[in-house]
Design a protein around this ligand. Sequence first.
Ligand code: ZN
Length: 130
Amino acid sequence: MVQNAQDAETRPFWDGIAAGELRLQRCADCGSAIFYPRSVCPNCFGDRIDWVTASGRGTVYSCTVAHRAFGEFAEQAPFTVALVDLDEGPRMMTRIVASEQVGIGDRVELVITRLAADSPEVPCFRVVGR
Ligand SMILES: [Zn+2]
């Protein structure tokens, strides 16, 4: 069983996933959207951090196809791993699912899924436009 790295700092993120939402932090001082969860804004070092629900939309910044994998992911290859620029700003490493072709600049939307039967649900994306 793969465990989520849940603690007080990340719990709102995982609660969002369970509710079918991608939640990000937003700095109350400078307005920056923040991902991954943390207690201090990486832009202004402010500590007034709120949680917001993201649009779940973004653009592929970069992607690659993994033709070989190991462990629980071995039988899923080939699969696409991507860096997605969320519309709110942060760049997220993720998996592209349910998409025949993926390219830089493709528009994507959130798909919350389990990548293995005994793994936690995680935010992935699918292509919705080029
Ligand atoms: Zn800030």
